[in-house]
Design a protein around this ligand. Structure first.
Ligand SMILES: C[S@@+](CC[C@H](N)C(=O)[O-])C[C@H]1O[C@@H](n2cnc3c(N)ncnc32)[C@H](O)[C@@H]1O
Ligand code: SF4
Length: 368
């Protein structure tokens, strides 16, 4: 997306699709399983893809055309660590030129101010850097990267200074686990103070099998998150998505999963999956896109124990008119908030709010 005209066209076509009950497809594209991290919550780094297995730029471009023709209008580039690919800027540019909303999730380890400028030029709509705690040691330990916390904070400052403007959002993506589930307010304060946004998603044991890391949020805590939603305008999750946390944690009935119908995933080798954690059902270069909705694909989806990843919960939320307007409201709040962030930062002395000044947050749960 390059201009407001592109964004308006995107919003109108999403509204039209919602009204006629047609589902616009979202794609999570894992461009590599190589990684600079060694996270406790993830196991991609244990079985990395190799360079010669991964799709080349030309095939990715053909693939982007193919998924666009099949109705995909939003693609989230992720990994492994997507910034390990030196052609990531070109990939983003190609998708954006086709008319897709492009987003990225990164651990931030390879970000530079210059690279962030290039992503903006390429048409990236939003960028989220993973941050798991306001406590530097806790974050670095979870990520398995010394100095990761400081680098993430540097990345967030660059996002604010070089990227966030008009409709573009940038900030943190935080996975809520048993260790950090009560720190969301600290993270919201930290990010608001830095002039960036925050999204949360609950940890899921699908990737690692480590159920002991799972957070246990009860009704009171979900209510607390909804209060935070009213207070912190830099929290970009929809209320509908946050309300879904309760069903996910209580293992109550979740809304029906639309994997394969509303969203799908592509792995580094080009295999197509109804969702990141479901086995492949075909190949981007060899099969028709309809394999993601085949009987076999939908059968695999029915066997899934269910997650509440944000790509799922937020996409489901956007299927109703209420959800569409909730998203639109978040978009309009972002436009307003971006202006207030910029005003606030222009009036601060040079160097204020730089990572060096941050001493780190609490690691213990709040007392009752
Ligand atoms: C798989 S990572 C890839 C991008 C990049 N390497 C990073 O860590 O940001 C994408 C997002 O998924 C999150 N994630 C990893 N394992 C997860 C899990 N088991 N449950 C929920 N989210 C997870 C990461 O923290 C990150 O925010
Ligand atoms: S969560 Fe991201 S940084 Fe951590 S191992 Fe997985 S892909 Fe790498």
């Amino acid at each position: 997306m390059e201009t407001f005209i592109d964004v308006t066209r995107f919003l109108l076509s999403a509204l039209a699709s919602t009204l006629i009950g047609k589902r616009v497809l979202n794609c999570t594209w894992e461009l590599t399983h190589r990684c600079t991290g060694k996270c406790e919550i993830c196991n991609y780094w244990k079985n990395p893809s190799t360079l010669d297995q991964e799709l080349r730029l030309g095939d990715i471009q053909k693939g982007l055309e193919k998924i666009y023709a099949y109705g995909c209008r939003w693609v989230n580039f992720t990994g492994g660590e997507p910034t390990l690919r030196p052609d990531l800027e070109e990939i983003v540019h190609y998708a954006s030129q086709l008319g897709m909303w492009t987003t990225m999730v990164t651990n931030g380890s390879l970000l530079t101010r210059e690279r962030i400028r290039e992503f903006k030029k390429a048409g990236l709509s939003s960028m989220f850097i993973s941050l798991d705690s306001t406590n530097p040691q806790a974050h670095d330990r979870q990520r398995g990267i010394n100095g990761s916390f400081a680098q993430v904070l540097r990345g967030l400052c660059w996002l604010r200074e070089e990227f966030i403007s008009s409709y573009r959002a940038g900030g943190i993506m935080c996975v809520l686990t048993r260790e950090n589930m009560w720190t969301y307010r600290d993270l919201l304060k930290l990010t608001d103070d830095l002039g960036v946004y925050a999204v949360f998603q609950p940890y899921h044991a699908n990737k690692t099998g480590k159920t002991e890391l799972a957070a246990e949020l009860d009704e009171r805590q979900v209510e607390g998150m909804l209060t935070a939603h009213r207070e912190f305008k830099n929290l970009l999750c929809t209320k509908t998505y946050i309300k879904g946390f309760k069903a996910f944690f209580e293992e109550g009935p979740l809304p029906p999963c639309h994997a394969g119908i509303k969203y799908f995933s592509i792995d580094p080798l080009g295999f197509l999956h109804p969702c990141v954690d479901i086995p492949s059902v075909g190949h981007l270069m060899k099969d028709d896109m309809s394999v993601i909705r085949s009987e076999e694909a939908l059968r695999k989806v029915r066997l899934c124990p269910g997650c509440w990843y944000s790509f799922r919960g937020e996409a489901d939320a956007a299927l109703s008119l209420k959800g569409y307007f909730e998203k639109l409201k978040i978009g309009l709040t972002t436009l307003k908030k971006n202006r207030s962030f910029q005003k606030r930062w222009r009036s601060r002395p040079a160097g204020a709010g730089r990572p060096g000044g941050y001493r780190g947050g609490k690691e213990e749960p709040p007392s009752e």
